[in-house]
Design a protein around this ligand. Structure first.
Ligand code: ATP
Ligand code: BTN
Length: 256
């Protein structure tokens, strides 16, 4: 709280957990009692989730898990755009460490091609009525390489590994919430996603690169051309030369 400089996010409902199954699961089980703008913080999760039911590793004392609950938003504010707004805010906050932070469309933050943080946005419904959009952020703070599950040893990194010193997150959280609030308020007023999308383009780890798109059991190699105003990814298929846009909920990007 000492560093917090926001009006809404983190300054109204602030929930702190030492250990929880998942901050996202907590929100979905307590939807009616959690106000707009609430922030949930956990020092560890026993069942953190990523996209499409994948696991997010968040061990105690080494990681930071956050959920932000939005109940006041315009219809234009689609989850994919809010994911990119959040990725841009996180990129700006993490960059204050001096480390090179790139955004892998749409939801991953990378340092030298290794994932240091991720964003997961979920629309939450009760009796088929949309109640909230919850944005989750997982950040790797103090893991050593062997703290990560074996299958991601070469794909993940932490801020401590990169800076070669223990990392204290208090300022980072406050800075992130400040960027997030600024982007969110501006977006709510203007409904113009360009300010944060331009950061996603500028700091992109994939624009100009050849990547493999995995869609169900189909794979294809594409050149990434850009990010559209809708938040979709514009690519050129390398075998058909055809241009197309990709929707984030349907694809994963891999190194070819
Ligand atoms: P990818 O392109 O790597 O599949 P994605 O964004 O499509 O990423 P998500 O479901 O969002 O995949 O992320 C979950 C994945 O992140 C897991 O499958 C795992 O490989 C990886 N992962 C899990 N925990 C961590 C962590 N703490 N740090 C880095 N990566 C992690
Ligand atoms: C990713 O898969 O890249 C995104 C991971 C985001 C995980 C966050 S941590 C806080 C919130 N609670 C969860 O269970 N998942 C999200």
């Amino acid at each position: 709280k000492t560093y917090l400089n926001t009006q809404t996010f983190g300054n109204q409902g602030l929930y702190l957990f030492e250990t929880i199954d998942s901050t996202h699961t907590y929100v979905s089980n307590n939807l009616s009692t959690i106000d707009h703008g609430s922030v949930l913080l956990a020092y560890s999760q026993t069942a953190g989730r990523g996209r499409r039911g994948r696991k997010w590793s968040s061990p105690i004392g080494k990681s930071l898990s956050l959920s932000i609950v939005l109940k006041e938003f315009a219809a234009q504010m689609k989850p994919t755009l809010l994911t990119q707004l959040t990725a841009a805010a996180l990129q700006q906050a993490l960059s204050e460490t001096g480390l090179p932070i790139a955004i892998k469309w749409p939801n991953d933050l990378l340092i030298n091609r290794r994932k240091v943080a991720g964003v997961l946005t979920e629309a939450m419904f009760e009796r088929q009525v949309l109640q909230a959009i919850t944005i989750g952020i997982g950040i790797n703070l103090n893991q050593s390489q062997t703290d990560f599950p074996t299958e991601i040893h070469t794909k993940a990194t932490s801020l401590a590994l990169e800076t070669e010193a223990p990392f204290f997150a208090d300022k980072l959280i406050a800075q992130f919430l400040q960027y997030f609030e600024q982007f969110y308020q501006d977006y709510q007023q203007s409904l113009d996603p360009e300010p944060f999308l331009s950061i996603c383009r500028q700091e992109s780890a994939v624009i100009g690169e050849i990547v493999t798109v995995v869609q169900g059991d189909k794979r294809r190699d594409v050149e990434v051309l850009g990010i559209e105003a809708t938040g979709e990814l514009l690519v050129r298929d390398l075998s058909s030369q055809e241009q197309m846009t990709l929707i984030s909920s349907e694809v994963s990007l891999r190194n070819p």
